[in-house]
Design a binder for this molecule. Sequence first.
Ligand code: GAP
Length: 516
Amino acid sequence: MTQETPRKVDMEKIVSLCRRRGFIFPSSEIYGGLSSCWDYGPLGVELKRNVKEAWWRVVVQERDDMVGLDASILMHPQTWEASGHIEGFADPLVECKSCHLRWRADEIKDNNCPSCGGELTEPRMFNLMFKTFMGPIEEEADVVYLRPETAQGIFVNFQNVVNTTRKKLPFGIAQIGKAFRNEITTGNFIFRSREFEQMEIEFFVKPGTDKEWFDYWLEERLNWYVKLGLRKENLRLRQHGKDELAHYAKECHDIDYLFPMGWSELEGVANRGDFDLVQHARSSGKSMDYFDEEAKEHFVPYIIEPSAGVDRSTLAFLCDAYDEELAEGETRVILHLHHSLAPIKVAVLPLSRREPLVALAKQIHADLRQCWMVQYDDAQSIGRRYRRQDEIGTPFCTTIDFQSLEDNQVTIRERDSMNQIRVPISELKTTLAAKLSGEELFVLPPGGQIWKKEKWRHYSGKRKNCLSHKSRLNGQRWIHLLGSSSGLWDNVIFPIPRSSKSWWNHTSDPCHQVWM
Ligand code: GAP
């Protein structure tokens, strides 16, 4: 699927931006940090929350064949015997006889220590599950594990969900939650850590239809990343060889992303067959059969599992969005984050700290924050403030100047193009809402053709006029407003929702005439 030259950014730049602007900090930093654990700061927590919400929306909210779950992290220890994790969830570990550093044997190129060149021990299998104790007594009988994957919480609840929701096959259960792995080697920032979050789907299907559903989910999941802005050329699919398949998998493909350290796994899509349900049925003595009412038959469903990492997705979105360009003799750092992922959607910037400008700006801030995460910034020059917002990916800045006090209009400045338009304060929220949900603003959609040109058009009860071009691209209609008598809609492009029957909806609000 590679079409253009893949683009890599420097991991140090991403780490530095995340540290400097409060996206991600080392865990317990005042004590020197805790290896491979990370804390998400004020902007990071918003970005990560938006990644999870974007996933939940398409995976659960917008589907009839999916429900959600939030299972506990600590599970009955028998779960991990049945799942094969106690026996098989291990990596081969070698230790350097000189410096005593430990390595994953399968990641060592020659047989010497990558740090000091010393001789290595023979590999031994090291189980990656964190152990702890339930209750006040630390005895072997009280051992519990921190889950290494969220998936098992779904499998053990399969019958609960079927019985309470009356879902029919094929259907899926989705879950977002923390997982823990005592990884031998960690690193590359949040790419591989010992505590991380997963977004997992377990999709239950009739045996025999598993291949078709496997292909379906692979495509769905790949498209999710593309729709949220990852460049296609920075994504690829990689099929697991027989020797690297997990103990439960019949087939597995990784969705790889070109991270700064090279192509690495972003998400895995596996066909787990009936392995998990059969194992839990055997171990618990409880049936994991599904009764197909149409075919009047009992069977154990097969499972297709798209399993994504929240932290890895967040890192990929940051890497792909990062850009530097020269603007007015300075380097402008921009995060071209998809609007839905941007931690802050709008910044409110009064041009001065003098009254009554501040009162108006605060009023606008209070109004906009009802809808979105909004930042108020009045420190330093307006240029510096724009740069600060570009660097954290804020799609729109609203500037309030002295003219605003007279004409009740403010400026909206767009992050990527730096284009500015003036809008009446009364229409600010509606305009921002439309722009935040729009895919392309201020430019023709790629490949879009203008198919109809109109002269000044009478378009509302208020008898205002507007010059517009209409275009269609892949069934999507766009309207390009070249100019309007109010000056409000000069050179702006809006997508017309597919559900809208007409180009224009004659309500009294000019914003609605364009996109409702
Ligand atoms: N239930 C299947 C499963 O856990 P996996 O390939 O081991 O499969 C799925 O993990 C995803 O979880 C990975 O693609 C990755 O995004 C994320 N992940 C796994 N280990 C991780 C770690 N140590 N740090 C951060 N993310 C990790």
